[in-house]
Design a protein around this ligand. Sequence first.
Ligand SMILES: N[C@@H](CCC[C@H](N)C(=O)O)C(=O)O
Length: 277
Amino acid sequence: MLLHFTKMHGLGNDFMVIDLVTQRARLRDEQVRQLADRRFGIGFDQLLIVEPPRDPDMDFRYRIFNADGSEVENCGNGARCFARFVRDQRLTHKHEIHVETAGGPLTLLVEDDGQVTVDMGVPRFAPQALPFEANEDLLRHELEVDGERVEVGAVSMGNPHVVLRVDDVERAPVERLGPAIEHHPRFPRRVNVGFMEVVSPHEIRLRVHERGSGETLACGTGACAAVACGIRQGLLESPVTVHLRGGDLRIEWPAEEASLRMTGPAERVFDGRVALA
Ligand SMILES: N[C@@H](CCC[C@H](N)C(=O)O)C(=O)O
């Protein structure tokens, strides 16, 4: 069976997008992993699935799968690509699109210049929101990783994140600490790991080791998590420009109980058809 798909990216965080509003398919974990393979498949960091909503107040259901086949709650760069995709495919003409995700509802706003702003909701710092085995909600938690003590901020942006402050993001131990923290026993559903260099109160540099996909060129929810932790720790002030290896995102978080908003680009790369094994 041939399935139409579109390859997209948000700042180099790349996606295979499949419309399951007009097509029918069920993908097994091993099929997702095979499609994600950059040599034997299409290659992507995440697979995004567009489905009809289950809640009649929503426009679509937005499902996300990491390259390792695991289904996850949220993907920020993917949300911007999702908005561009459903409009390009004429599945909607709306500029404000409401989607349900496994991490809760999201609102996507397509701006006049083609950039997309995502209302990511209110960051949640309670350890059980990630989940994270910790007794209380602290600004910084201590973690023992491979015999080393590191300090992390912990936050749920629908999906779980920790953020480490580093002096120089290019020299940060992303390859060593990223996977070790992702699989740390205190995170029963694993965790995304951000390495943040503070340049000024309105500017950071960031690299993210993503749960289930490894280091990517950009992570939207990771950028939101870093800014949320940085503001809460008194290091940053809204708005913040986040420099990722694939480009920049603008993050606004005006007040603790307010929604956090992320603005950035969404690019279509090519369309294709693939036979599911
Ligand atoms: N690339 C994403 C996040 C994708 C999901 C993440 N790897 C997870 O497992 O939670 C983004 O742009 O937010």
